[in-house]
Ligand binder design. Structure first.
Ligand code: GLV
Length: 384
Protein backbone atom coordinates (compact mmCIF):
# COMPACT_ATOMS: atom_id res chain seq x y z
CA UNK A 1 0.00 0.00 0.00
CA UNK A 2 1.56 3.32 -1.01
CA UNK A 3 2.19 5.98 1.64
CA UNK A 4 -0.50 8.66 1.34
CA UNK A 5 0.64 12.12 2.40
CA UNK A 6 -1.60 14.33 0.28
CA UNK A 7 -4.70 14.46 -1.85
CA UNK A 8 -2.33 14.40 -4.82
CA UNK A 9 -1.27 10.91 -3.65
CA UNK A 10 -4.92 9.82 -3.56
CA UNK A 11 -5.40 11.25 -7.04
CA UNK A 12 -2.45 9.22 -8.34
CA UNK A 13 -3.89 6.08 -6.78
CA UNK A 14 -7.38 6.83 -8.13
CA UNK A 15 -5.95 7.03 -11.65
CA UNK A 16 -4.72 3.45 -11.28
CA UNK A 17 -7.93 2.10 -9.73
CA UNK A 18 -10.67 3.25 -12.13
CA UNK A 19 -10.89 3.34 -15.92
CA UNK A 20 -9.72 6.48 -17.61
CA UNK A 21 -13.20 7.66 -18.67
CA UNK A 22 -14.33 7.62 -15.03
CA UNK A 23 -11.17 9.25 -13.68
CA UNK A 24 -11.24 11.99 -16.31
CA UNK A 25 -14.90 12.73 -15.59
CA UNK A 26 -13.81 13.85 -12.12
CA UNK A 27 -10.46 15.28 -13.00
CA UNK A 28 -11.03 17.36 -16.11
CA UNK A 29 -12.91 20.53 -17.00
CA UNK A 30 -14.68 22.20 -19.90
CA UNK A 31 -13.21 23.55 -23.16
CA UNK A 32 -9.58 24.70 -22.70
CA UNK A 33 -9.74 24.20 -18.92
CA UNK A 34 -8.59 27.75 -18.21
CA UNK A 35 -10.98 28.07 -15.26
CA UNK A 36 -10.14 24.57 -14.01
CA UNK A 37 -6.46 25.55 -13.83
CA UNK A 38 -7.25 28.99 -12.40
CA UNK A 39 -9.10 27.37 -9.49
CA UNK A 40 -5.75 25.87 -8.43
CA UNK A 41 -3.20 28.46 -9.48
CA UNK A 42 -5.07 31.34 -7.85
CA UNK A 43 -5.06 29.43 -4.56
CA UNK A 44 -1.34 28.84 -4.90
CA UNK A 45 -0.62 32.55 -5.28
CA UNK A 46 -2.12 33.40 -1.86
CA UNK A 47 0.29 33.55 1.09
CA UNK A 48 -0.20 33.31 4.85
CA UNK A 49 1.30 35.49 7.53
CA UNK A 50 3.58 33.34 9.69
CA UNK A 51 2.99 34.20 13.36
CA UNK A 52 5.05 32.94 16.29
CA UNK A 53 5.00 32.63 20.07
CA UNK A 54 1.24 32.13 20.30
CA UNK A 55 -0.14 29.28 22.44
CA UNK A 56 -2.00 27.07 19.95
CA UNK A 57 -2.15 23.94 22.08
CA UNK A 58 -5.96 23.96 22.29
CA UNK A 59 -7.38 24.02 18.81
CA UNK A 60 -10.94 23.92 17.57
CA UNK A 61 -11.96 23.28 13.98
CA UNK A 62 -15.64 22.89 14.82
CA UNK A 63 -18.22 25.32 13.48
CA UNK A 64 -21.71 25.25 11.95
CA UNK A 65 -22.91 25.26 8.37
CA UNK A 66 -26.53 26.33 7.82
CA UNK A 67 -26.98 25.86 11.55
CA UNK A 68 -25.72 22.28 11.57
CA UNK A 69 -22.72 21.49 13.79
CA UNK A 70 -19.72 20.26 11.77
CA UNK A 71 -16.36 18.88 12.93
CA UNK A 72 -14.59 21.17 10.46
CA UNK A 73 -15.76 23.70 7.86
CA UNK A 74 -15.97 21.15 5.04
CA UNK A 75 -18.81 19.32 3.31
CA UNK A 76 -18.82 16.68 0.59
CA UNK A 77 -20.03 18.23 -2.65
CA UNK A 78 -22.72 16.69 -4.79
CA UNK A 79 -20.82 14.90 -7.54
CA UNK A 80 -22.41 13.01 -10.41
CA UNK A 81 -21.68 9.31 -10.84
CA UNK A 82 -19.86 8.78 -7.53
CA UNK A 83 -21.11 5.19 -7.54
CA UNK A 84 -19.04 4.52 -10.66
CA UNK A 85 -15.84 5.36 -8.77
CA UNK A 86 -16.47 2.65 -6.21
CA UNK A 87 -19.24 0.18 -5.51
CA UNK A 88 -22.02 2.04 -3.65
CA UNK A 89 -19.84 5.15 -3.81
CA UNK A 90 -22.47 7.54 -2.50
CA UNK A 91 -23.27 5.28 0.45
CA UNK A 92 -19.56 4.89 1.28
CA UNK A 93 -19.06 8.65 0.96
CA UNK A 94 -22.00 9.41 3.22
CA UNK A 95 -20.83 6.90 5.84
CA UNK A 96 -17.31 8.37 5.85
CA UNK A 97 -18.63 11.95 6.07
CA UNK A 98 -21.06 11.15 8.85
CA UNK A 99 -18.48 9.26 10.91
CA UNK A 100 -16.20 12.27 10.54
CA UNK A 101 -18.88 14.80 11.40
CA UNK A 102 -19.26 16.67 8.10
CA UNK A 103 -22.25 16.88 5.74
CA UNK A 104 -22.63 14.67 2.70
CA UNK A 105 -24.58 15.98 -0.28
CA UNK A 106 -26.10 13.51 -2.74
CA UNK A 107 -26.33 14.57 -6.40
CA UNK A 108 -29.45 14.29 -8.56
CA UNK A 109 -27.27 12.36 -11.02
CA UNK A 110 -25.92 9.92 -8.45
CA UNK A 111 -25.76 6.18 -8.95
CA UNK A 112 -27.23 5.22 -5.54
CA UNK A 113 -30.69 6.73 -5.17
CA UNK A 114 -31.97 8.95 -2.36
CA UNK A 115 -33.71 5.91 -0.90
CA UNK A 116 -30.61 3.68 -1.23
CA UNK A 117 -28.56 6.18 0.76
CA UNK A 118 -31.26 6.77 3.32
CA UNK A 119 -31.56 3.04 3.98
CA UNK A 120 -27.79 2.75 4.50
CA UNK A 121 -27.02 5.71 6.79
CA UNK A 122 -28.39 6.77 10.13
CA UNK A 123 -27.94 10.55 9.90
CA UNK A 124 -29.62 13.06 7.60
CA UNK A 125 -27.75 13.92 4.41
CA UNK A 126 -28.19 16.78 1.94
CA UNK A 127 -29.72 16.50 -1.52
CA UNK A 128 -28.75 18.47 -4.61
CA UNK A 129 -31.33 19.34 -7.24
CA UNK A 130 -31.09 20.25 -10.91
CA UNK A 131 -34.12 21.86 -12.43
CA UNK A 132 -35.30 19.73 -15.31
CA UNK A 133 -37.81 20.39 -18.05
CA UNK A 134 -40.35 18.28 -16.23
CA UNK A 135 -41.19 20.32 -13.11
CA UNK A 136 -43.45 17.51 -11.93
CA UNK A 137 -40.34 15.37 -11.67
CA UNK A 138 -38.59 18.12 -9.70
CA UNK A 139 -41.51 18.29 -7.29
CA UNK A 140 -41.30 14.51 -6.97
CA UNK A 141 -37.54 14.63 -6.22
CA UNK A 142 -38.09 17.35 -3.61
CA UNK A 143 -40.80 15.18 -2.03
CA UNK A 144 -38.46 12.17 -2.00
CA UNK A 145 -35.71 14.25 -0.36
CA UNK A 146 -38.19 15.37 2.29
CA UNK A 147 -39.40 11.83 2.85
CA UNK A 148 -35.77 10.74 3.27
CA UNK A 149 -35.33 13.41 5.95
CA UNK A 150 -32.64 15.30 3.99
CA UNK A 151 -31.49 18.22 6.10
CA UNK A 152 -30.66 20.67 3.28
CA UNK A 153 -31.48 21.10 -0.40
CA UNK A 154 -28.70 22.38 -2.65
CA UNK A 155 -30.13 23.90 -5.83
CA UNK A 156 -27.56 24.04 -8.64
CA UNK A 157 -28.01 27.05 -10.91
CA UNK A 158 -25.02 26.89 -13.23
CA UNK A 159 -25.90 23.93 -15.43
CA UNK A 160 -28.73 25.14 -17.62
CA UNK A 161 -26.60 24.06 -20.52
CA UNK A 162 -23.60 21.86 -20.28
CA UNK A 163 -20.09 23.23 -20.81
CA UNK A 164 -18.40 20.87 -23.24
CA UNK A 165 -16.02 18.47 -21.52
CA UNK A 166 -13.90 17.45 -24.46
CA UNK A 167 -12.21 14.62 -22.65
CA UNK A 168 -15.53 12.95 -21.78
CA UNK A 169 -16.46 13.00 -25.47
CA UNK A 170 -13.12 11.54 -26.49
CA UNK A 171 -13.41 8.87 -23.80
CA UNK A 172 -17.00 8.02 -24.80
CA UNK A 173 -18.11 8.34 -21.17
CA UNK A 174 -21.43 6.56 -20.85
CA UNK A 175 -23.84 5.64 -18.11
CA UNK A 176 -23.90 2.75 -17.41
CA UNK A 177 -20.21 2.24 -18.24
CA UNK A 178 -19.59 -0.15 -21.08
CA UNK A 179 -16.89 -2.54 -22.00
CA UNK A 180 -15.61 -1.87 -25.52
CA UNK A 181 -12.76 -3.18 -27.65
CA UNK A 182 -10.95 0.11 -27.03
CA UNK A 183 -11.10 0.03 -23.26
CA UNK A 184 -10.93 -3.75 -22.75
CA UNK A 185 -7.25 -3.91 -21.80
CA UNK A 186 -7.50 -0.96 -19.49
CA UNK A 187 -10.55 -2.38 -17.78
CA UNK A 188 -8.98 -5.82 -17.47
CA UNK A 189 -6.12 -4.18 -15.56
CA UNK A 190 -8.59 -2.96 -12.92
CA UNK A 191 -10.18 -6.17 -11.61
CA UNK A 192 -11.37 -4.65 -8.32
CA UNK A 193 -13.33 -2.01 -10.23
CA UNK A 194 -14.76 -4.62 -12.63
CA UNK A 195 -15.89 -6.75 -9.73
CA UNK A 196 -17.16 -3.87 -7.62
CA UNK A 197 -18.73 -1.57 -10.19
CA UNK A 198 -19.02 -3.15 -13.64
CA UNK A 199 -20.52 -6.35 -12.21
CA UNK A 200 -22.18 -4.50 -9.34
CA UNK A 201 -25.89 -3.99 -8.80
CA UNK A 202 -25.98 -0.21 -9.27
CA UNK A 203 -24.51 1.15 -12.48
CA UNK A 204 -26.88 3.81 -13.69
CA UNK A 205 -28.63 6.96 -12.41
CA UNK A 206 -30.37 5.74 -9.26
CA UNK A 207 -32.74 8.70 -8.87
CA UNK A 208 -33.90 8.64 -12.45
CA UNK A 209 -35.32 5.15 -12.75
CA UNK A 210 -37.69 5.06 -15.71
CA UNK A 211 -36.46 8.42 -17.02
CA UNK A 212 -33.36 7.30 -18.85
CA UNK A 213 -33.16 4.84 -21.70
CA UNK A 214 -32.63 1.29 -20.53
CA UNK A 215 -29.22 -0.29 -20.46
CA UNK A 216 -29.57 -1.39 -24.09
CA UNK A 217 -29.63 2.15 -25.42
CA UNK A 218 -26.53 3.63 -23.85
CA UNK A 219 -26.43 7.39 -23.44
CA UNK A 220 -23.58 9.74 -22.90
CA UNK A 221 -24.04 11.92 -19.86
CA UNK A 222 -23.96 15.06 -21.94
CA UNK A 223 -26.71 13.85 -24.29
CA UNK A 224 -28.87 13.08 -21.34
CA UNK A 225 -28.23 16.45 -19.70
CA UNK A 226 -28.94 18.30 -22.95
CA UNK A 227 -32.28 16.52 -23.26
CA UNK A 228 -33.43 16.87 -19.65
CA UNK A 229 -32.02 20.02 -18.06
CA UNK A 230 -34.10 23.16 -18.33
CA UNK A 231 -32.45 26.10 -20.10
CA UNK A 232 -35.33 28.43 -19.15
CA UNK A 233 -34.51 28.41 -15.42
CA UNK A 234 -34.88 31.87 -13.84
CA UNK A 235 -35.08 33.43 -10.37
CA UNK A 236 -38.84 32.71 -10.49
CA UNK A 237 -37.98 29.02 -10.38
CA UNK A 238 -35.80 29.62 -7.35
CA UNK A 239 -38.87 31.14 -5.69
CA UNK A 240 -40.82 28.04 -6.69
CA UNK A 241 -38.24 25.75 -5.10
CA UNK A 242 -38.18 27.93 -1.97
CA UNK A 243 -41.94 27.39 -1.64
CA UNK A 244 -41.69 23.64 -2.19
CA UNK A 245 -38.84 23.08 0.27
CA UNK A 246 -39.40 24.20 3.86
CA UNK A 247 -35.92 23.22 5.09
CA UNK A 248 -32.48 24.73 4.60
CA UNK A 249 -31.94 25.88 1.03
CA UNK A 250 -28.51 26.43 -0.53
CA UNK A 251 -28.05 28.04 -3.97
CA UNK A 252 -25.01 26.71 -5.79
CA UNK A 253 -23.18 28.37 -8.66
CA UNK A 254 -23.10 32.04 -7.61
CA UNK A 255 -19.94 33.61 -8.99
CA UNK A 256 -20.94 37.19 -9.65
CA UNK A 257 -21.70 39.98 -7.18
CA UNK A 258 -24.84 41.00 -9.07
CA UNK A 259 -26.24 37.47 -8.86
CA UNK A 260 -25.23 37.34 -5.19
CA UNK A 261 -27.33 40.44 -4.46
CA UNK A 262 -30.36 38.74 -6.02
CA UNK A 263 -29.64 35.41 -4.32
CA UNK A 264 -29.56 37.16 -0.95
CA UNK A 265 -33.21 38.21 -1.39
CA UNK A 266 -34.58 34.74 -2.20
CA UNK A 267 -34.82 33.44 1.34
CA UNK A 268 -31.99 30.97 0.74
CA UNK A 269 -29.97 30.03 3.81
CA UNK A 270 -26.65 29.93 1.96
CA UNK A 271 -25.06 30.31 -1.43
CA UNK A 272 -22.12 28.39 -2.83
CA UNK A 273 -19.52 30.39 -4.72
CA UNK A 274 -18.89 27.91 -7.50
CA UNK A 275 -17.90 27.60 -11.14
CA UNK A 276 -18.83 23.92 -11.08
CA UNK A 277 -15.21 22.92 -10.56
CA UNK A 278 -14.15 24.50 -13.86
CA UNK A 279 -16.60 22.24 -15.71
CA UNK A 280 -19.03 24.84 -17.01
CA UNK A 281 -18.20 28.40 -18.19
CA UNK A 282 -14.57 28.20 -19.19
CA UNK A 283 -12.98 31.63 -18.87
CA UNK A 284 -14.99 32.43 -15.74
CA UNK A 285 -12.87 33.61 -12.80
CA UNK A 286 -11.53 31.13 -10.30
CA UNK A 287 -13.79 30.81 -7.29
CA UNK A 288 -11.14 32.07 -4.87
CA UNK A 289 -10.78 35.18 -7.01
CA UNK A 290 -14.56 35.73 -7.16
CA UNK A 291 -15.19 35.01 -3.46
CA UNK A 292 -14.41 38.41 -1.83
CA UNK A 293 -16.78 40.41 -4.06
CA UNK A 294 -19.55 37.82 -3.71
CA UNK A 295 -19.17 37.72 0.07
CA UNK A 296 -19.33 41.50 0.20
CA UNK A 297 -22.46 41.58 -1.96
CA UNK A 298 -24.15 39.00 0.28
CA UNK A 299 -23.28 41.21 3.23
CA UNK A 300 -24.12 38.62 5.87
CA UNK A 301 -27.71 38.13 4.66
CA UNK A 302 -27.07 34.40 4.26
CA UNK A 303 -24.07 32.11 4.62
CA UNK A 304 -21.37 32.04 1.97
CA UNK A 305 -20.04 28.61 1.11
CA UNK A 306 -17.33 27.84 -1.40
CA UNK A 307 -16.09 25.18 -3.80
CA UNK A 308 -13.53 24.83 -6.57
CA UNK A 309 -9.94 23.71 -6.32
CA UNK A 310 -9.86 22.69 -2.64
CA UNK A 311 -7.06 20.13 -2.54
CA UNK A 312 -5.57 20.75 0.88
CA UNK A 313 -6.48 22.16 4.28
CA UNK A 314 -4.61 25.35 3.46
CA UNK A 315 -7.08 26.04 0.66
CA UNK A 316 -9.95 25.76 3.14
CA UNK A 317 -8.27 28.32 5.36
CA UNK A 318 -7.68 30.71 2.47
CA UNK A 319 -11.34 30.51 1.50
CA UNK A 320 -12.41 31.17 5.10
CA UNK A 321 -10.05 34.16 5.23
CA UNK A 322 -11.72 35.61 2.15
CA UNK A 323 -15.27 35.28 3.40
CA UNK A 324 -16.44 31.65 3.20
CA UNK A 325 -18.02 29.87 6.14
CA UNK A 326 -17.33 26.41 4.77
CA UNK A 327 -16.02 24.60 1.70
CA UNK A 328 -17.30 21.76 -0.44
CA UNK A 329 -14.92 19.16 -1.81
CA UNK A 330 -15.81 17.45 -5.09
CA UNK A 331 -12.70 16.21 -6.88
CA UNK A 332 -10.85 15.56 -3.61
CA UNK A 333 -13.77 13.40 -2.47
CA UNK A 334 -13.84 11.41 -5.70
CA UNK A 335 -10.06 10.85 -5.66
CA UNK A 336 -10.30 9.38 -2.17
CA UNK A 337 -13.34 7.31 -3.09
CA UNK A 338 -11.78 5.91 -6.27
CA UNK A 339 -8.48 5.22 -4.49
CA UNK A 340 -9.77 3.33 -1.45
CA UNK A 341 -13.56 3.51 -1.10
CA UNK A 342 -14.83 4.65 2.28
CA UNK A 343 -11.31 4.51 3.81
CA UNK A 344 -10.10 6.79 1.01
CA UNK A 345 -12.83 9.36 1.72
CA UNK A 346 -11.90 9.23 5.40
CA UNK A 347 -8.27 9.74 4.38
CA UNK A 348 -9.22 12.80 2.33
CA UNK A 349 -11.04 14.26 5.32
CA UNK A 350 -8.18 13.45 7.71
CA UNK A 351 -5.63 15.07 5.41
CA UNK A 352 -7.75 18.22 5.16
CA UNK A 353 -8.27 18.30 8.92
CA UNK A 354 -4.59 17.85 9.75
CA UNK A 355 -3.40 20.38 7.17
CA UNK A 356 -6.03 22.81 8.39
CA UNK A 357 -5.00 22.42 12.04
CA UNK A 358 -1.28 22.82 11.41
CA UNK A 359 -1.72 25.82 9.13
CA UNK A 360 -4.09 27.46 11.58
CA UNK A 361 -1.56 26.99 14.37
CA UNK A 362 1.40 28.26 12.36
CA UNK A 363 -0.66 31.29 11.42
CA UNK A 364 -1.05 31.90 15.16
CA UNK A 365 -4.72 30.94 15.67
CA UNK A 366 -6.51 28.27 17.69
CA UNK A 367 -10.12 28.54 16.59
CA UNK A 368 -11.21 28.20 13.00
CA UNK A 369 -14.15 30.52 13.71
CA UNK A 370 -11.79 33.42 14.29
CA UNK A 371 -10.19 33.23 10.84
CA UNK A 372 -10.41 36.38 8.75
CA UNK A 373 -8.39 38.28 6.19
CA UNK A 374 -5.75 39.16 8.78
CA UNK A 375 -4.18 35.71 8.43
CA UNK A 376 -3.23 36.48 4.81
CA UNK A 377 0.07 38.05 3.83
CA UNK A 378 -0.23 41.31 1.89
CA UNK A 379 3.03 41.73 -0.01
CA UNK A 380 4.62 45.18 0.07
CA UNK A 381 4.18 46.96 -3.29
CA UNK A 382 7.69 46.17 -4.56
CA UNK A 383 7.11 42.40 -4.14
CA UNK A 384 3.87 42.23 -6.16
C1 GLV B 1 -22.50 17.16 -13.00
O1 GLV B 1 -22.79 17.87 -12.11
C2 GLV B 1 -21.31 17.33 -13.76
O2 GLV B 1 -20.63 18.36 -13.57
O3 GLV B 1 -21.00 16.46 -14.56
Amino acid sequence: MPVITSIADLRALARKRVPRAIFDYADRGSYDEVTLRGNRTDFESIRFRQRVAVDVSHQSLATTIVGQPVAMPVAIAPTGLAGLFHRNGEIEGARAAHAFGVPFCLSTVSICSIEDVQAAVDKPFWFQLYLMRDRGFNAELIGRAQAANCSALVLTLDLQMQGVRRQDIKNGLSVPPRLTLRNALEIAARPAWVWGVLFGKRRTFGNLAGRTPGSKSLVTLSQWIAAQFDPTVSWKDVEWVRKQWPGKLILKGILDAEDARIAATTGADAIVVSNHGGRQLDGAPSTICALPAVAEAIGGRCEVLFDGGIQCGQDVLKALALGARGCFIGKSFLYGLAAMGRAGVTKTLELLRDELAVTLGLAGLSDVRSVDRRILYEPPRAER
